[in-house]
Design a protein around this ligand. Structure first.
Ligand code: AMP
Length: 285
């Protein structure tokens, strides 16, 4: 196994290391995560490695992006296992701030993202994208990377972050990385470990239903009836409630009635007590 990554818990020490790399002419890639790392996260690290640059992975379970009835306290945390995985994946540094480091007494600023954060998860998780935008802005300011990588798995999050970085002239390139899936299509997620075996058997239907809709949209079918049919199929498979299943423009996230340029079929649904999200690209034929 490779060496464990350097670990940092203070902003000053982290910045000193980044400055040393910069003086040596190296570029920096940041991969923000909440830990409980799986192969999907490691795909982002591999993507960063392939860019031939220094890779910093942040691990921070951000309290401000969880709602009062969400899973912040039971969210899985295992830093030592994460560090071992990061060593195997070739990350150079792990940025492990505490809640007090990120939100010291007196902290009072929030980033309020625009229309990209409205609808979809924004409707069902009030304040979530403001929490995400705020913590990602802090992480980018702390690390100062040239590039930051985010998974397409969280497609609305990726678009929210793109809009924040653009609107605030932040000197970083945001890149999306395709979703890594299990062999049966289920998108890898830290929350998949909450699924009971019977639920795990049903879970891949989410990707299957979205893919079926995407194929028909690509041949010119109208979105509305497919969306209704998709919700019914998910409910019949055992999902519920289905919070949304929509077709959105891939750039603007505006609703799409019939696909003319790249779009995404995007959904969030509960399976038992676990909330799953997924999305699939539609490329018009
Ligand atoms: P999280 O730890 O859930 O906040 O995820 C950290 C980053 O990994 C985010 O940019 C996610 O979009 C990304 N990610 C999570 N799961 C996957 C996956 N299955 N494939 C690709 N990227 C992922």
């Amino acid at each position: 196994m490779s060496d464990l990554p350097l670990r940092f818990q203070s902003v000053d020490a982290l910045r000193a290391q980044v400055a040393t790399w910069r003086r040596a002419g190296e570029r920096i890639v940041l991969v923000p995560t909440m830990g409980a790392l799986h192969a999907g996260h490691l795909a982002l690290v591999a993507h960063a490695r392939a860019m031939g640059q220094r890779v910093v992975v942040s691990i921070f379970v951000n309290p401000t992006q969880f709602g009062p009835n969400e899973d912040f306290s039971r969210y899985p945390r295992d830093t030592e296992a994460d560090l071992a995985l990061l060593a195997g994946a070739g990350a150079d540094a792990a940025w492990l701030p505490s809640v007090e480091t990120m939100y010291p007494a007196g902290f009072s600023t929030r980033i309020e993202p625009g229309p990209a954060a409205e609808g979809l998860c924004g409707t069902f998780r009030p304040g979530h994208f403001s929490g995400v935008a705020t913590v990602v802005t802090k992480l980018l300011n702390q690390v100062g990377p040239d590039v930051a990588l985010f998974g397409e798995k969280d497609f609305q999050q990726l678009q929210v972050i793109r809009s924040v970085v653009r609107d605030l002239d932040m000197p970083v390139t945001i890149e999306g990385v395709p979703t890594l899936r299990e062999a049966d299509g289920l998108a890898l997620s830290s929350r998949n470990r909450y699924l009971a075996p019977a639920e795990r058997a049903i879970a891949p239907r989410l990707h299957a239903v979205l893919s079926g809709i995407a194929e028909r949209l690509a041949t010119g079918a109208k979105a509305a009836p497919l969306m209704a049919e998709g919700v019914a199929s998910l409910e019949a498979a055992g999902f519920g409630p289905v919070q949304y299943l929509e077709v959105r423009d891939a750039d603007t996230l505006a609703p799409v009635a019939q696909v003319e340029r790249e779009a995404r079929v995007i959904a969030a649904a509960y399976l038992g007590g676990t909330r799953l999200i997924d999305n699939v690209a539609v490329l018009p034929g």
